[in-house]
Design a protein around this ligand. Structure first.
Ligand SMILES: [Zn+2]
Length: 395
């Protein structure tokens, strides 16, 4: 990838800027002396970069600790989170412009491994459920991150809705592979419902379900369904049916699986007034009542609101997020996928030259401070109720 670099108002290919010592001077000297803003445009929003002079040659360098992971996969400025712990393997690996995500279990089952084993499924230990579905949450984080849906600008007000979000998620999925499979081939996000397109939508939905059924040789490929939860229904046999907004597609969760999954992903303290996204790993089943999608794993991502589609990390986080949106701030919410092993605070205020990191003041502050000391950048603590006068101002 040869991203465009924005220097002031000018856009130039990175290769042209870095071509030789003379081109570096031509493009970067003015920036260095006059402090113009430099953005790497590998992503729509751009990642700010610094300019340094070393041995009479100009260089671009990352301004913040976490910036390396913000560049698009394949961008020469992209660097990976340092993996310091040998215990937990980071599930995300970048290979060229592809993001590989590791999850448990096989996606494609041969006819022999068959569903018989699966049908006898027993209660799964909670830690196994947790480990499995953490991989799915990573996929959600990666899609939100790469689709830049964790970024907010005042200009987005009134423009972010289901159709737009779906488009960004599908675009983001193009670079993602899950256990070697292209995510785009496996992923279904219900299209925004439009009465005039209902026939097309119906065909797409049916076709997706068909592809999840075993083929003649008994081979079956699992898929991933990502959608907005409309409601949950308790079926007669104790199974839970997850209904999605915009779609007739229903996701069936067996009672044995639901017990563990609901503890982790549908906990009591979820705010029912806020939207909830679900990513389910599914396989097709056929029976007397026709065919349906059976959920083998799932993960959820609560959102702050239908206006922002920003992920929420709890009631206080949602409150702070809404305050920032109301007061027309530009910010980003770092997600698990870019955190690596160094924790990132809740928000990065991007309407300030220093791109201040802010975190919510809670009783856990002391332990969190210790972790944030690894960032080599100060973190500003803000406390509820987050009055505008108590929040750091924009430049
Ligand atoms: Zn870049």
């Amino acid at each position: 990838m040869d991203p465009l670099i924005r220097i002031g108002e000018q856009r130039t290919a990175l290769s042209a800027v870095l071509f030789d010592k003379a081109s570096r001077s031509r493009y970067l000297e003015k920036v260095h002396t006059q402090g113009e803003r430099v953005l790497c445009l590998c992503h729509r929003e751009g990642v700010p970069m610094g300019v340094a002079l070393r041995d009479s040659t100009f260089y671009l360098y990352p301004l913040h600790h976490g910036d390396g992971q913000r560049h698009a996969p394949g961008c020469p400025h992209r660097t990976e989170a340092s993996v310091t712990s040998g215990i937990i393997e980071h599930p995300v690996r970048i290979d060229g412009d592809t993001i590989n995500i590791k999850i448990d279990g096989v996606i494609q089952k041969s006819g022999l491994a068959g569903s018989g084993k699966d049908r006898r499924m027993q209660q799964v230990p909670l830690e196994t459920v947790h480990r499995r579905s953490t991989g799915l949450r990573t996929i959600l984080d990666v899609l939100w991150n790469e689709g830049e849906l964790n970024v907010w600008r005042p200009g987005f007000t009134g423009k972010r809705h289901y159709g737009v979000v779906r488009h960004h998620l599908l675009e983001a999925s193009r670079n993602v592979r899950v256990k070697g499979h292209h995510l785009t081939d496996l992923l279904f996000i219900p299209p925004a419902f439009k009465p005039e397109r209902s026939d097309v939508i119906e065909r797409e939905t049916t076709a997706y379900l068909q592809r999840r059924l075993p083929d003649e040789s008994g081979r079956q490929t699992q898929g991933f369904v990502l959608g907005l939860v409309r409601d949950l229904e308790l079926a007669k046999d104790g199974a839970i049916v997850i209904h999605l907004a915009h779609s007739r597609m229903a996701l069936w969760v067996k009672k044995e699986s639901w017990d563990g999954l609901s503890k982790i992903w549908f906990s009591q303290d979820l705010d029912a007034t806020r939207p909830l996204m679900v990513l389910a790993r599914v396989e097709g089943r056929e029976g007397r009542r026709g065919s349906w999608l059976q959920v083998t794993d799932l993960a959820t991502m609560p959102l702050v609101s239908y206006d922002t589609w920003l992920p929420s990390f709890g009631p206080e986080d949602s409150l702070l997020c809404e305050k920032l949106v109301q007061t027309c701030r530009a910010f980003r919410k770092p997600l698990g996928a870019e955190r690596g092993n160094v924790p990132m605070p809740a928000y990065v205020l991007e309407d300030r030259e220093d791109r201040m990191l802010i975190e919510i003041d809670t009783p856990r502050r002391r332990t969190m401070e210790a972790a944030y000391s690894l960032l080599k950048q100060p973190v500003t603590w803000v406390a509820p109720p987050f009055r505008e006068s108590s929040l750091p101002t924009a430049d």
